[in-house]
Design a protein around this ligand. Structure first.
Ligand SMILES: Nc1ncnc2c1ncn2[C@@H]1O[C@H](COP(=O)(O)OP(=O)(O)OP(=O)(O)O)[C@@H](O)[C@H]1O
Ligand SMILES: [Mg+2]
Length: 504
């Protein structure tokens, strides 16, 4: 029986037809996956369903529980039991878990919040999602995986019939992802219907009963898991062609030593006694791609950021050499000038000025590259932005579009463009393909191969082991702030990497 039927949904933004007569049918009690390339229109469709875009802002009809649904806002859809967890999490970091769960929906009597009841209900909800944390713990102090569970607990605090998860595992480590997917299966057993958006097709195969593929704002296919889902079939429908290889071919001939980091030690910026990086030493040759594997929280990002202009940490010690000579990387400007760039994993907080255009963001880290003297050449700036838009296939009507209006994956490509334009000798990429579709991943891998072929050194931090194994020449394994192993790619496997992590 159908719980939801979205019919002929169209939505236009200035210059962009985001959705063009899309149909989505979801059966009661199933897990339904919506997949498609970056910018295909997935998040927009879910925003329409949940009332973020109100009735009247789009064309087409929505039937929910056999009744026409015309939501004026998100609270309307919530009243019907439709709860959405957005791509970018929406918890308030300074508030506690309990405060977040009951924000705007407080347990109160006579206008006074009943904390005892709030905490007791929070405990119950946390138990349901399998999270062991005190209700009073600040959201700031728990990792992304746990925050995701708090979002779901919050959804369960309302009477949820249809739970929508927009890329819930994009920022999660494999075991956290698995926990979340298992929780989805459990909720399904309790009768909750679920829509999941994901670029991780193995996860789609693991949970989904059926799949709707969207391409360029149109529904291209509906696949049924009963008939067996093949990743290749999904990919073909997503990108419109067969993709037999996930990684472009490459031949590497690493040359001279480029970057050497030696005995790197870093302390926590706030907790004076806590050492975050311990005696880390690693190197990259010209034309080499080196990976850093490790669990979330193992210190990979802290290692990269502390090297890149001391953007993280205190009491930093150790040596950095480029081409055999010590270099000053004590500020971000100096690191860039020395030839090191860092592409952040967190595009929202560190990578982009969201309220500015693609053009502005592309040249932001290298204004000298588009200026003569101290005068910014706007035409040159536009030309550069256009070049990267084409090279990285950034989906947008123009480079004058604000980056906040881009889809998640396309924002990530702008971050990459920005750092590529600094023409670094060493590029440190932190989760470069997080939230990126398979087709665009291939493009990014090709760019990495090109950089290596030009003799640059690339350091790639990634939680996706197949990606490290498919792209790197060597892989370092990090655990609790220390580099605990180094493997040539020929000797590496997921199992060997995991066993290095676990044995330490
Ligand atoms: N507020 C907006 N203003 C202008 N254009 C927008 C806006 N929101 C989305 N778009 C455009 O609509 C299209 C669909 O975007 P949407 O965010 O739905 O994609 P998506 O399928 O969720 O992609 P991703 O996998 O990257 O998250 C994109 O071309 C995007 O740039
Ligand atoms: Mg999206």
């Amino acid at each position: 029986m159908a719980l939801l039927s979205m019919q002929n949904i169209s939505k236009t933004f200035p210059g962009v037809k985001a959705l063009d007569r899309v149909n989505l049918d979801v059966q009661k009690g199933e897990i339904h996956a919506v997949v498609g390339e970056n910018g295909a229109g997935k998040s927009t469709l879910m925003k329409i369903l949940s009332g973020v875009y109100a009735h009247g802002d789009y064309d087409g009809d929505i039937l929910f529980d056999d009744k026409p649904a015309r939501f004026a806002g998100i609270s309307d859809s919530e009243k019907q039991g439709i709860i959405i967890i957005h791509q970018e999490l929406a918890l308030v970091p300074q508030l506690s878990i309990a405060e977040n769960i009951f924000l705007g929906n407080e347990c109160a009597s006579n206008g006074v919040i009943d904390w005892r009841r709030t905490n007791r209900r929070t405990d119950e909800l946390l138990a349901k999602v399998g999270l062991v944390e005190a209700p009073t713990t600040k959201v700031d102090n728990i990792g992304v995986g746990k925050q995701q569970l708090v979002e779901i607990a919050k959804a369960l605090s309302k009477d949820v019939k249809l739970l929508i998860l927009d890329e819930p595992t994009a920022a999660l480590q494999e075991n956290d992802s698995r926990k979340l997917l298992d929780l989805m299966l459990e909720l399904k057993a309790q009768g909750v219907t679920c829509i999941i958006i994901s670029h991780k097709l193995n996860e789609v195969r693991y949970v989904a009963d059926s799949v709707t593929v969207i391409r360029d704002g149109m529904t291209v296919s509906k696949l049924d898991a009963k008939a067996g889902l093949s990743e290749n079939e999904i990919v073909r429908d997503m990108v419109g062609r067969d993709m037999t290889h996930r990684f472009p071919d490459h031949k590497r001939t690493p040359g001279k030593m480029l970057l050497e980091v030696e005995d790197w030690n870093v302390w926590h910026p706030e907790h004076a006694g806590r050492q975050v990086i311990r005696d880390a030493s690693f190197n990259v040759r010209a034309g080499e791609v080196v990976g850093i594997a490790g669990l979330m929280g193992s210190g990979r990002t802290e290692l990269a950021m502390s090297i890149f202009g001391r953007s993280y940490g205190r009491n930093i010690s150790g040596a950095v050499r480029l081409n055999g000579k010590p270099v000053d990387v004590s500020t971000v400007d100096r690191a860039i000038a020395a030839g090191i760039s860092y592409v952040t994993e967190d595009r929202k907080a560190l990578g982009l000025v969201l309220d500015e255009t693609i053009r502005f963001n592309t040249t932001l880290a290298n204004l000298d590259g588009v200026s003569s003297g101290s005068v910014l050449n706007r035409n040159e700036e536009t030309r550069v932005a256009e070049r990267y838009r084409k090279a990285l296939a950034i989906r947008t009507p123009s480079v004058f579009q604000k980056t906040v209006n881009l889809s998640g994956g396309n924002q990530q490509k702008v971050v990459l463009a920005k750092w590529l334009f600094t023409a670094p000798e060493v590029l440190i990429l932190d989760e470069p393909t997080r939230g990126i579709d398979v087709g665009a991943k291939y493009e990014i891998y090709s760019i990495i191969n090109d950089l290596a072929a030009e003799g640059k050194g690339v350091v790639m931090i990634s939680s996706e082991m197949p990606e490290l194994l498919g792209m790197c020449d060597r892989i370092y394994v990090m655990n609790e702030g220390a580099l605990v192993g180094e493997l040539a790619v020929g000797d590496a496997s997921q199992e060997r990497i995991m066993s290095l992590i676990v044995n330490e």
